[in-house]
Design a protein around this ligand. Sequence first.
Ligand SMILES: [Cu+2]
Length: 138
Amino acid sequence: MDQKKVLVFAAAGILVVVGAYMALYRQTQNQEAMPAKPAVEETKGNAVSKVVQVTYQNNTFNPKSLEINVGDTVEFVNKHIATIRASANPHPFHESFPEFDSDTLQPGQTYRFTFVKAMTLDYHNHFNPGAGGVITAR
Ligand SMILES: [Cu+2]
């Protein structure tokens, strides 16, 4: 084998190794680009549905009044020092919209609810019924 052939084989070998490395690298990058959990914005038809946060702290929902689009999700975050429960009015039986109920949320826990129809939801913290809020889905 002369020197020229050796060089050609070496070059071809390097190309194969580099090509394989790049293919693997690209695959890794694609995996990293995959979201670990559902994206905050998800497209449904033409509309973009959002996840909007409502926090609870110092016996207050924030924001107290919230307007969203049908299809949006509201995420309740308990930043309070005590257990809360977001429930539809009226207290104590929540009969205006019982399917909304967050059940018990410990401090730090969250509850997500997706509004699938246009409505106005008046709600409160079941463990402190004077603390309430309103969500309007259009
Ligand atoms: Cu209640």
